[in-house]
Design a protein around this ligand. Structure first.
Ligand code: URP
Ligand code: ZN
Ligand code: ZN
Length: 468
């Protein structure tokens, strides 16, 4: 079994920082050797390879629990395959993704799961799991939820938005929540009032307001707040753990905070686009705003302070990307003249760790909190801990060596996602991934991709380990 010693770095975990060397044996972390007490030099002699991490952070690999590779949506497919998307993730220090299998109406959950396994199997550079999108609630679907749990898929996303596509009624949501609750599974909610939104969209189109900015204006934050409160109430009645995905608005955050203060198992994630981009981007001229169309939409800038605060107070426990890339050419362009036809989604799987590091640089997050929201809590929330999400003996050797002083400029010219624009074009940032290990295999090293499609393995996940 080959060994690697990562020496001289600062190990950052959710509980603090430690000057320590990390010994990897095969696919696992064998030891964390605090330098001041252990004489780690002896281990260095024993290792087959030594990586000098002096001046660098040694982090547990990032875990992005919200991605959409090859997702059928808006009459097209998201542009990253499992191969290109997981490769890009590794470039950015993410070593696990949890993607969404999408039940189409009239199809079974288990057939859907098989389909998503076929897309991912043999193609991923890093490990992966699945959530299940439930868009057709009926007796068969409800029974199949248990079979999904048995197959390692125990989180179910439902939609209060997109009537006619993924939308579920309150009654259907309640039934699915009751079913999930019986097994201890978590329901994930896209919380926007899609029925009201569709009326606002129809009014805007009828009035000739067709530019991308109207995507944001027809999905006001109040309708995210209302749907979030309703989801929380339904989850309370069903006694089901609830995870609000891609939370963007301070109204929604207030609802989550109130429920958590009352002791309910309600959790939420936000995404980098809501922390760094705003409605102003959706208003860019010449249809450029289409690059920023996602749902919920980017909000006025004043929501960002609440989101950063929510990350500090743990009312927001996770940052994921909702990576759902559509090329500007031919995909986003489907909505020229009608913003409602722009495929919804923003690319970002490659940049989450870097963008959150800007929060550390700006004093919005501490170093341990960066690791906690990007790796440790996602692992616990979705049943992967302690195999993932921590640098500790026995855990998978998913390790990122991060240079906190490096400078880089985000750009379509240098990113690795399979999409023809960057939502962060020209943004200058501090910090960069130097090395990414996935189960002991070097995937990224010093600007080179050394991974392989098929190295990434499916991760059957356990139940939520983060319940109150
Ligand atoms: O705009 C988004 N968020 N696209 C992906 C699908 C979803 O709702 O997460
Ligand atoms: Zn969603
Ligand atoms: Zn999504």
């Amino acid at each position: 079994m080959s060994t690697i010693l990562i020496s001289g770095g600062t190990v950052v975990t959710a509980s603090g920082t430690l000057d320590a060397d990390v010994l990897v044996a095969g696919e696992k972390i064998a030891a964390v050797l605090a330098r001041d007490v252990t004489g780690a030099g002896e281990a260095a002699v024993a290792a087959d390879r030594v990586i000098d991490a002096t001046g660098k952070y040694v982090l547990p690999g990032g875990i992005d629990v919200h991605t959409h590779m090859e997702m059928p949506f808006g009459g097209t497919f998201s542009a990253d395959t499992f191969e290109t998307g997981t490769r890009a993730a590794a470039w950015g220090g993410t070593t696990t993704i949890v993607d969404f299998a999408v039940q189409a109406k009239g199809t079974s959950l288990l057939a859907t799961l098989d389909k998503w396994h076929a897309k991912a199997d043999g193609n991923c550079a890093i490990d992966y799991g699945f959530h299940m999108i439930v868009s057709d609630v009926n007796d068969t679907t409800l029974k199949e939820m248990d079979a999904c749990i048995g197959a390692g898929v125990n989180s179910f996303k439902m939609f209060m938005a997109y009537p006619g596509v993924f939308y579920a009624t309150d009654g259907e949501i309640l039934l699915a929540m009751q079913q999930a609750a019986r097994s201890g599974a978590t329901v994930m909610m896209h919380a926007e009032n899609g029925i009201a939104i569709d009326q606002l969209v129809a009014q805007a189109i009828a009035a000739g307001r067709t530019d991308p900015v109207n995507h944001g204006l027809t999905r006001p934050p109040e309708l995210e707040g209302e749907a979030t409160s309703r989801a929380i109430t339904l989850a309370k009645v069903a006694d089901c753990p609830l995870y609000i995905v891609h939370l963007s608005a301070s109204q929604a955050l207030a609802a989550v905070a109130e429920a958590r203060d009352a002791g309910q198992n309600v959790f939420a994630e936000t995404c980098p686009q809501y922390l760094f981009l705003s409605l102003d981007d959706l208003a860019r001229p010449d249809f450029e705003g289409a690059k920023f169309v996602c749902s919920p939409p980017l909000r006025p800038r004043d929501h960002q302070d609440s989101l950063w605060r929510g990350l500090r107070t743990n009312d927001l426990s996770v940052v994921s990307t909702d990576h759902c890339p559509f090329c500007f050419k031919e995909q986003k362009e489907l909505g020229r003249g009608d913003f409602s036809k722009i495929p919804n989604g923003i690319p970002g799987v490659e940049h989450r760790m870097d963008l959150l590091h800007q929060g550390v640089v700006a004093g919005q997050l501490t170093l341990p909190r960066w690791v906690e929201v990007a790796s440790t809590t996602p692992a616990r929330m979705f049943g992967l801990y302690p195999r993932k999400g921590v640098i500790a003996a026995g855990s998978d050797a998913d390790i990122v060596i991060y240079d906190p002083q490096a400078r880089q400029t985000l750009s379509v010219a240098t990113h690795h996602m399979n999409v023809d624009y960057s939502a962060y074009e020209g943004m200058e940032i501090t910090g960069r991934v130097v090395t990414t290990l996935s189960r002991g295999r070097t995937v990224i090293d010093d600007g080179k991709y050394l991974g392989a499609a098929g190295h990434g393995a499916f991760l059957p996940r356990g139940l939520n380990q983060y319940l109150l």
